[in-house]
Design a protein around this ligand. Sequence first.
Ligand code: CA
Length: 485
Amino acid sequence: MLNKKTLISALFAVCASASAFAQPERPNIVVILADDLGYSDVSFNGSKDITTPNLDKLAANGTVMTSAYAAHPFCGPSRAGLMTGRYPHRFGSQFNLPTNHKSGGLGIPTDEKFISKVLQESGYYTVAVGKWHLGETPEYHPNARGFDDYYGFTGGGHDYFPEKYQKKYQASLARGMDATIFDYIRPLERNGKEVRETEYVTDGLARETAAYIDKASKQDKPFFIYAAFNAPHTPMQAKDEDMAMFPNIKDKKRKVYAGMVYALDRAVGRIVDQLKASGEYENTLIVFFSDNGGKTPTGASNEPLRGRKGDTLEGGYRVPMFFHWPNKIPARDNYYHVISALDLFPTFANLAGADLTGVKKLDGVDVLDAVINGENARPGQSVFAMRHRYGYSDVGVRKDNFKALRFGSKDEWQLYDVNKDPSETKDLSGKYPVLLSQLKEEAEIWAWQHAEPKWFHIHREGFQWREKAMPRFHETFNYKPMYGE
Ligand code: CA
């Protein structure tokens, strides 16, 4: 006969096993990152001339974020923010890395723990495909930063047609030139070993992503795949058949650009097909976005946003984004509250139930519930952007519907309701001076938390400036750096 204690422990056992049984399976996470994609260069976000049917299908069945911000208005720091969940300025990574031969081997500091490492340690199979741009030497390589597998190129971009870039590369080697300087034409690699890619690079990256999904689905653990396409980043190279999809586009640059975006969309279709074929589609969170705004001189459009890649104007870092996850994310109208690429780290970590030991203070917030419920994930909390130019810094501070903006070499601040006025046309600084001064003060406090830049672009002067004036770098609104992006 059962005594009371046995009965209680038996009940406990039943409850515990029932709750273990009810524990939902952790989702797979697939990040599809576009490079320099304009805000309105996908039809789900209002493009009038470029069609993106595969992206549109996902967007229609998921939630589109209309106020999503990249962590920075250009490539390298944006990716550093995504991976670390922290503003790149905090760890001296506010500039693009010099290419390997010029840096002598620099990268995102290894005491910044990447989301890939966190997910790997929590039992995910982790894969990166495509552009890296976070350090090339072994200690900074994707395989050292938490990715079990990697296929791609570690620099800031790549040519697209293998038959052309491979010929150029071989000719350069034959002339005795140093192979490491040719970022864009070097062979791609798999886990550090050179490979001979045979397809148009966007198609090749899609093939590899699909193959890794297949491999992942055969393992008894969830997966995290970071598919970082370089499209539609320069060089502007599109397949004829993709450009032919746009007979109505007469402008040559726009046509090439459209072809590159169309190839990216095809890649997304291939990834979706593989997720379905592998039975992983329903329980995979897909996050699609761009690492920064479109570069209008090469054919991108950020309409109706003002500005372009590199700017703290909306067009510089407000990007197209959606979440898609049939098991959890509703197919709903747009999510218009602020979301930052910095939010992905805590959101993914919580989905994985990951241990955050060794992770420094994160700058983003877990947005999942807010996205599902259509609520503001960070009421009253600002999202910052700062880009250093020659002799001054551009700044953007977004809080709720408002954004304070300092742009250009004059120390003049503007204020916009970018929810109502995304084109930043009606300056409200005279109407809400108190709000503006609050946002300026927040930006200044934030800027004082920045670390000194660990590298500069190719400007020799930067190093001289670093020696002479570095202690003053925190004075971000007035300082006179001698370096560019
Ligand atoms: Ca970019």
